[in-house]
Ligand binder design. Structure first.
Ligand code: ADP
Ligand code: ZN
Length: 720
């Protein structure tokens, strides 16, 4: 090759052609450095016929500068990148960037320098040094990361290096990870589990594309089953990727993994520090990393020899990325398995309707685990109609639920209260003038967080201290909390069961793996009587003494009225119900609701999952919703409301008139102001057969908008 086409990692630049200087060896997929004006850019050498570029005459071509000392992006991953960009109408370069994971990793070099405290006493103490000395105890990271940790400038830290307070440490990025043992502690599987596990093992051995839906009730041992597939892939020296919905939830998973395979897996998620990220990336691309457990961003990494993908809790909405490239990791995982010719296992106790339908259509092979392991019974689910069994005034827990909690406390058993709402109260207002605290950047109320004494926006992160007086009328001590959040439920439990030991489990209180680990240890050690939590507590945990689950407000999710409201409610309640009665003692679940007649609540009460799927299927069929039809959203936003509306109208005005597609809107998006941007939305409802993406591209390509306007396409949107 003496002329190459590069996909540049910068959406604005796109595709550029270069000359290969004599002596440089490259192939398709090589990652190279190229000159661009006075700058240098990185890109991937791509098959020229697959990328459109402006033709540049031979004489004008500039020469590539360097080939990065890392393995090339394999063809199967290049095809996945193309597929993803095409399907989600996203820029190729933005998708390709996800494959890199770490730009820094490209620059080669098997070592990096980090810094840590020396322990020396400072000759000159300043407030900032004192803060840094305090914050950096036991930490080791780059200067930039330490500065962030200690909230001081990098200059302060450099000064501390000069003063001998911080010392450099050379970190070896290529030190190996401990090797997992395929047969470290293989379990005795039940006959049911064995059948599923054997199917997976055979598929791993065959090494062909095979998508599975592992549909098993909570506590049936889905993890144990797919661990057998992991063991087989380990034996064959293939790499394994396990995607989990939220990395904060993995503490429990990591312990189980270690118990089974003798060592922890390699973790990949967004809060890895840069040296860990570089080390992990190097091990992944060289094929040395055996098992990678990661959040959705682990999906696009260039594994050298992938042999199996598992998507656990595959129904989880957090697999859907809602900014940047708006993709669904569950669906892309199946495509990746296809391009890699390997099996993929989607595991869930409450599969998405789309997945169920694909299984029914024979696209996925469904394996079922209909009973709990070890003969544990599924819990007894009861409805608590809040209209006839109302809680006392100013309280949120109905008498029957409180009675049951008291009973569990007396017996030394555990209860769990679930409410998917962080903070103390969703709305705070002034008793005197009715002023409501609203986010200045978003169409959202500020949520009171009583422990941190702040009002916070859950959309943009805007925070203010809880004020002493109303900012509108100036009356002091006038704020009233409206409605419950988990913190308020915790207060109520403290009042009604003062002797109970409680744990509040939300992303505010459990924001590190250590905090979650401590919580799990305490719950398992029976040092906690009542757990109060958001969706953080719904998944994965196995506390044998937990025999009562109270769902504080089952109607919460139904009110939004969006496409997946019923499904999400079903999944959340079924998941949290699945925490009850996992040991020898049977579990009871009380669901507080004002809509006991809603199809989803009835199905939950009757433990009739099929009825839920049947009702939901009908509702979706009527609405032309997935899996029967398809949706796409176009979100138009700008800091200037008029500009955003004008752009949205311009898009609406040029909408194609097609028989298999319907365009709704523009209308204000549900969050019509988000992070300071005004948002309008068009919804497209298409028949399955419609050429949705192609139509969207052709529709939007010729339109031009002012610079401040952003137009985002969301294919298969989750919430809108
Ligand atoms: P699921 O993921 O389906 O909810 P888990 O895999 O978490 O189920 O299994 C539930 C519990 O039962 C776990 O504590 C697990 O260790 C245990 N378990 C499941 N299958 C077996 C088995 N074959 N041998 C021993 N323990 C098992
Ligand atoms: Zn906000």
């Amino acid at each position: 090759m003496n002329r190459v086409r590069l996909l540049v990692f910068n959406a604005a630049l796109g595709v550029l052609d270069y000359r290969v200087p004599p002596g440089m060896t490259i192939e398709f997929g090589s990652i190279v450095m190229a000159p661009l004006g006075p700058r240098q850019v990185l890109g991937i050498v791509w098959e020229p016929e697959r990328l459109n570029a402006q033709e540049v005459p031979e004489s004008k071509l500039r020469a590539l500068l360097d080939v990065m000392p890392v393995p090339s992006i394999p063809e199967r991953l290049r095809r996945l990148i193309e597929w993803t960009a095409d399907y989600y109408c996203a820029p190729l370069s933005a998708v390709a960037r996800m494959a890199l994971g770490s730009m820094a990793a490209l620059r080669g070099g098997g070592t990096t320098t980090e810094y840590r405290l020396t322990g020396a006493e400072p000759a000159r103490m300043t407030p900032r040094r004192a803060a840094a000395l305090d914050a950096l105890q036991g930490e080791q990271a780059s200067i930039r990361e330490l500065a962030e940790l200690a909230s001081v400038s990098e200059g302060v830290l450099r000064g501390m290096v000069g003063a001998g307070l911080l010392e450099p440490v050379t970190v070896d990025l290529d030190r190996p990870y401990p090797a997992a043992w395929a047969d470290f502690a293989a379990p005795d599987l039940s006959a049911e589990q064995r059948a599923a596990a054997d199917t997976f093992v055979t598929a791993v051995r065959d090494g062909e594309f095979a998508p599975f839906l592992l549909d098993g009730v909570t506590g049936s041992g889905k993890t144990e089953c797919y661990f057998e597939a992991v063991a087989e892939a380990l034996q064959l020296e293939r790499q394994i990727l396990v995607l989990l919905p939220e990395i904060a939830l993995t503490e429990n998973f990591l312990r189980r993994f270690e118990h089974r395979f003798g060592v922890p897996p390699l973790l990949w998620h967004s809060s890895l520090k840069s040296s860990e990220r570089r080390r992990a990336w190097r091990a992944i691309v060289r094929g040395e990393a055996q098992v990678v457990v990661g959040a959705r961003s682990a999906l696009f990494l260039p594994y050298a020899r992938l042999g199996l993908i598992v998507v656990d809790e595959a129904h989880e909405v957090s697999f859907k990325q809602d900014d940047g490239v708006r993709y669904n990791a569950r669906d892309v995982a199946v495509m990746r398995a296809k391009f890699e010719s390997i099996p993929v296992i989607l595991a869930s106790a409450t599969p998405a309707l789309e997945s169920m339908q694909l299984a029914e259509a024979g696209v996925y092979r469904k394996l079922e685990l209909p009973s709990r392991f070890g003969g544990a019974q599924l819990p007894d689910i009861q409805i608590l109609d809040l209209r006839s069994e109302a809680p006392e005034r100013g309280r949120w827990l109905a008498p029957r639920l409180v009675e049951q909690m008291k009973d569990r406390l007396a017996k030394g058993e555990q209860s769990l209260l679930f409410l998917n709402r962080r903070g103390y109260a969703p709305l705070t207002l002034c008793r005197h003038c009715g002023y409501r605290f609203q986010c200045p950047n978003c169409t959202a109320w500020l949520v009171e967080h009583r422990f941190s004494k702040r009002l916070a926006c859950h959309h943009c992160g805007h925070e203010v201290p809880v004020p002493e007086a109303c900012p509108e009328c100036g009356t002091g001590d006038c704020l009233v909390a409206c409605g419950p959040g988990v913190e308020r439920i915790a207060d109520e439990v403290a009042e009604i069961l003062p002797e109970a030991r409680t744990a509040l489990v939300t992303s505010d209180t459990m924001n590190t793996p250590e905090a979650i680990g401590d919580f799990v240890a305490m719950a398992e050690g029976r040092a906690i009587d009542v757990i109060i939590g958001t969706q953080l507590v719904t998944k994965g945990y196995h506390f044998p003494e937990l025999t009562l689950v109270g769902v504080v407000d089952a109607d919460l999710g139904l009110e939004g009225g969006d496409l997946r409201a019923a499904e999400r409610t079903y999944q959340q309640v079924a998941q949290v119900a699945g925490r009850a009665g996992r040991g020898e003692k049977p579990g009871v679940v009380l669901i507080q609701t004002r809509h006991p007649e809603a199809a989803v609540i009835e199905a939950l009460a009757n433990g009739d999952r099929d009825a839920f799927y049947a009702a939901e299927t009908e509702a979706r069929r009527d609405a032309g919703a997935p899996p029967f039809g398809r949706w796409a959203a176009i979100i138009v936003s700008s800091e200037d409301q008029a500009e955003a509306l004008a752009a949205a109208r311009a898009i609406g005005g040029t909408a194609p008139n097609l028989p298999d597609m319907m365009v709704l809107g523009p209308a204000p998006a549900p969050l019509s102001l988000l992070r300071g941007r005004h948002r309008f939305r068009l919804l497209i409802n298409a028949r399955r057969s419609a050429e949705l993406q192609k139509t969207l591209r052709e529709w939007l390509a010729p339109l031009e908008f002012p610079r401040g306007v952003r137009v985002n396409i969301d294919i298969d949107p989750y919430s809108f």
